[in-house]
Design a protein around this ligand. Structure first.
Ligand code: NAD
Ligand code: MG
Length: 365
């Protein structure tokens, strides 16, 4: 449905439009050649799904790239990024965000007037790290999921929800083409929401910092440390604060907060409803607003770009500290002792195995 959608139960109108297969026309991508630059998480999924949907695909990889063999083994044509871009009408930038500006510069004007420069995340456009020529379309098709699920869902005949956005519409066809691309990788089977580069970038950064990756790990560690400092066993603290997190999140994922509250005991519900807001209090919300402001003002983006230019000195230290935290040692030992972890490992290792619940709820990038 391309107009505002209506909630079947409440009759309430959703603010955003949701697009499905019938809203996208395959013809809008069918006659175009797509250069997929990079063959990592998103790259391998986009390239294979596009190709299976009948779109002409060239994978763009450096001469010595270890991904070359994989792309060729998957039956795809591989060229260098500049060769692929020169031949293609649509250039899909699917190398890591931090290397995209350099890779873009090395495309050496492979973008001709009327071509499309396409992204799966808005960072480099929104923060002006890539300045595209004015005579090309600039679009985004961003699956809200890791790439291996984009591929796995497609092969299973299912879809992956996604976002589409247009930053620059030189041809007047940018949106239709992006929607057709979204269809060809399977996103419109599940539903695609229209957004802007700014909204996608700012909400994505805020979410992963304050709630998903940053917020949730600090909440887990703070709870764990509080129990251990008070003399409780690290094993108990691990189960309580980390392991059970998944069970609670799965319920929210399936049926919203209500399904979670309905599934836990009344004691847990009353305790949670009265004490949760003591932890995430007005001060925590104030901190969240500050984090959002840093994202909006570009302060975070500048910090991250400089960190990369300096070869990631802080990132290296933080990475090391996180991996040597006590909860990791305790968790590693416990997971090796209990049978459930083996089953999940087996599931997550093979990409063609059945989908792990863990991955399904994982942050998108
Ligand atoms: P990735 O880290 O999986 O990509 C690795 C690929 O990039 C490999 O093919 C590698 O050969 C190539 N590469 C790495 N360094 C390179 C360099 N210096 N020069 C040239 N090529 C290089 O990337 P990803 O996670 O798929 O991210 C690609 C884009 O998709 C990003 O914009 C990201 O924000 C977005 N995105 C990712 C996810 C996700 O779940 N991973 C989800 C949504 C959007
Ligand atoms: Mg994200």
């Amino acid at each position: 449905m391309t107009d505002t959608d209506t909630d079947a139960e409440t009759g309430e109108e959703f603010m955003t439009s949701v697009y499905y297969d019938e809203d996208a026309d395959e013809a809008d991508i069918a006659d175009r050649t797509v250069a997929v630059i990079g063959y990592g998480s998103q790259g391998h999924a986009h390239a294979q799904n596009l190709s299976d949907s009948g779109v002409d695909v060239i994978v763009g990889l450096r001469e010595g790239s270890s991904s070359r063999a994989a792309a060729e083994a998957d039956g795809l044509r591989v060229e260098t990024p500049d060769e692929a871009a020169a031949e293609a009408d649509v250039v899909s930038m699917l190398v890591p965000d931090t290397v995209q500006p350099a890779v873009f510069d090395a495309l050496n004007d492979g973008l001709e007037p009327g071509d499309t420069l396409q992204f799966a995340h808005g960072f480099n456009i929104h923060y002006n790290q890539i300045r595209p020529p004015e005579d090309v379309d600039v679009t985004m098709v961003a699956p809200k999921s890791p790439g291996h699920l984009v591929r796995r869902n497609y092969e299973a005949g299912e879809g992956t929800p996604g976002l589409v956005a247009v930053y620059q519409d030189e041809t007047g066809e940018a949106f239709d083409e992006a929607l057709a691309y979204a269809r060809a990788i399977g996103c419109t089977r599940a539903g695609v929401i229209e957004t802007t580069f700014r909204e996608e970038t700012e909400t994505d950064l805020f979410g992963e910092q304050a709630v998903l990756c940053g917020g949730v790990t600090e909440l887990i560690k703070a709870g764990y440390e509080t129990l251990v400092e008070a003399g409780y066993s690290p094993e108990m603290a691990y189960f309580e604060c980390l392991n059970e997190m998944k069970l609670i999140v799965d319920l929210m994922y399936e049926g919203g907060l209500a399904e979670m509250w309905d599934s836990v005991s009344d004691t847990a519900e009353y305790g949670g409803l009265t004490r949760g807001r003591v932890v995430v209090d007005e001060h925590a919300r104030e901190n969240m607003r500050d984090i959002l402001a840093e994202v909006q003002e570009g302060t975070f983006a500048r910090e991250w770009i400089q960190e990369n230019q300096a070869n990631r000195p802080s990132y290296g230290q933080l990475y090391e500290a996180e991996r040597t935290h006590d909860i990791e040692r305790v968790g590693g030992r416990l997971r090796s002792l209990f049978a459930w972890a083996d089953e999940e490992d087996a599931e997550t290792e093979g990409e063609s195995e059945s989908e792990s619940e863990n991955e399904r709820v994982r942050a998108d990038d």
